[in-house]
Ligand binder design. Structure first.
Ligand code: C2O
Ligand code: CU
Ligand code: CU
Length: 434
């Protein structure tokens, strides 16, 4: 690694066991035996060839390269399942300018939510050839997942409440561990990439005794660093930070209250969880080079050729005999055999995502990065504070988000709510790019 070239790897999805503190083994699903799966680091300009071996018993799977500009037929769509016991190669090039914090996870029809909460997800970092962020800050990917354990150590199946709200676990894990410890020297700065790989937990995050600067979003660096006291990371979103640990003692990454809308009993505890503890020693760090004032230019996507409106709704019909839960886009549930929109490769499109539901829905588009241009709620229109490349944006309940998007490559692309239970229940569609 370190020089552009051919990046080859093998990822095997397979049953495994893990110990989460207790004295019982938990059956999980893992890539190459670990959950999260191995951190993949490649460089802009690299050719990637990854052999996927599906060794999950009796279940098809795929690997989807979340956020990455890969050809549609290499993107692990539900239409391209890899049967249990089978192998396939995913091959794609990482274009110049594609450096960013991506991830990989399964996307088989109807089974994504379960395969992900059982353990299948990993970080895929594309590094820039010329990186403006000082190497002295290090570069650490922290992937948040959400674990629920039954008394016997197993992971319980999804309940109706999980299907409605999305599955929220009892323990937020960071790279598979509960509240892991890091050690740094006073004055140290660290580059951290935070990944929300939970099925449905919204993470409003703040550091105590350390200061946070946002330097990147889902699709790579911002134009300039932005200081932040807190940030909201909805399911599937990522953020790149530089965290300054200026005071000796203990710094913690904790969660704050965030009301994302909840139906029925079992509203999870959202505030006051400590996700990460950093011991800051008295010994001063070696002098850290400053963060540059400019990181990279981002060209705003221009005037759209096409406008589309996507209305997100949910409806519940509960009665003694059945329980209907519909999570719909423009009144329709996902159909693998239906094209919802036809788009032209290279066209800039304005997508207006209207959330008419009582819950937040993090909206994701495959195969590209987009730019949020406007948010509207209760008649108030706001521009985002800075330009950023995103592939997932939270659309809060009763909010409308307008974004500019462009698909460069032909083929069928999914768009969906990244509460994975909602994706499973139908809040997904297909844009066919020609
Ligand atoms: Cu993170 Cu359709 O995916
Ligand atoms: Cu995706
Ligand atoms: Cu949703």
């Amino acid at each position: 690694a370190g020089r552009p070239g051919l990046f080859k790897a093998r990822l095997t999805a397979e049953p495994a066991t893990a110990r989460f503190g207790a004295d019982k083994d938990t059956p999980i699903l893992a890539y190459n035996g670990t959950s999260p799966g191995p951190l993949i680091e490649a460089y802009e300009g690299d050719r990637v060839e990854i052999t996927f071996a599906n060794r999950i018993e009796g279940e098809p799977s795929t690997i989807h390269w979340h956020g990455m500009p890969v050809p549609a037929d290499q993107d692990g769509n539900p239409m391209d399942p890899v049967a249990a016991g089978a192998d396939r190669v995913y091959a794609f090039d990482l274009p110049e300018g594609s450096a960013g914090s991506y991830w990989y996870h399964p996307h088989p029809h109807g089974r994504t939510a379960e395969q992900v909460y059982r353990g299948l997800a990993g970080a895929f970092v594309v590094k820039a050839k010329a990186d403006p962020v000082p190497a002295a800050y290090g570069d650490t990917a922290l992937m948040f997942t959400d674990l629920r354990l039954a008394a016997d150590g197993s992971m319980p199946d999804n309940t109706m409440i999980d299907m409605m709200n999305g599955r929220v676990g009892d323990h937020v894990l960071v790279n598979g561990q509960k509240n892991p410890k890091l050690a740094v020297a006073a004055g140290a700065k660290r580059r951290l990439r935070l990944y929300n790989a939970t099925n449905a937990r919204f993470l409003r995050l703040a550091f105590a005794n350390a200061s946070m600067t946002v330097i990147g979003s889902d699709g790579g660096l911002l134009e300039a660093p932005v200081a932040a006291d807190e940030l909201l990371l909805s399911p599937a979103e990522r953020v790149e930070l530089v965290v300054a640990f200026d005071r000796p003692g203990t710094a913690t990454l904790t969660t704050l209250r965030y009301d994302r809308g909840w139906m029925g009993p079992g509203r999870p505890t959202d505030a006051g969880l400590t996700l990460l503890t950093v011991g800051v020693s008295e010994t001063p760090a070696e002098a850290m080079p400053p963060l540059p004032e400019r990181l990279r230019p981002i060209a705003p996507l221009g005037a759209p050729a096409v406008s589309r409106r996507l209305v997100l709704t949910e409806s519940m019909t509960m009665n003694a005999a059945s329980m209907g839960m519909d999570f719909l886009i423009n009144g329709k549930a996902f159909d693998m055999g239906r094209v919802d929109f036809v788009a032209r490769a290279g066209d800039i499109e304005l997508w207006e995502i209207v959330n008419q539901a009582d819950m937040d829905h993090p909206f994701h588009i495959h195969g590209t990065q987009f730019q949020v241009v406007e948010r509207e709620r209760d008649g108030n229109v706001a521009k985002p504070p800075y330009l950023a490349w995103k592939d997932t944006v939270n659309v809060a309940r009763r909010e409308t988000v307008r974004l500019l998007t462009r698909q460069e490559r032909p083929g069928a692309r999914m768009y969906h709510c990244h509460i994975l239970e909602h994706e499973q229940l139908g809040m997904m569609g297909i844009v066919d790019v020609r």
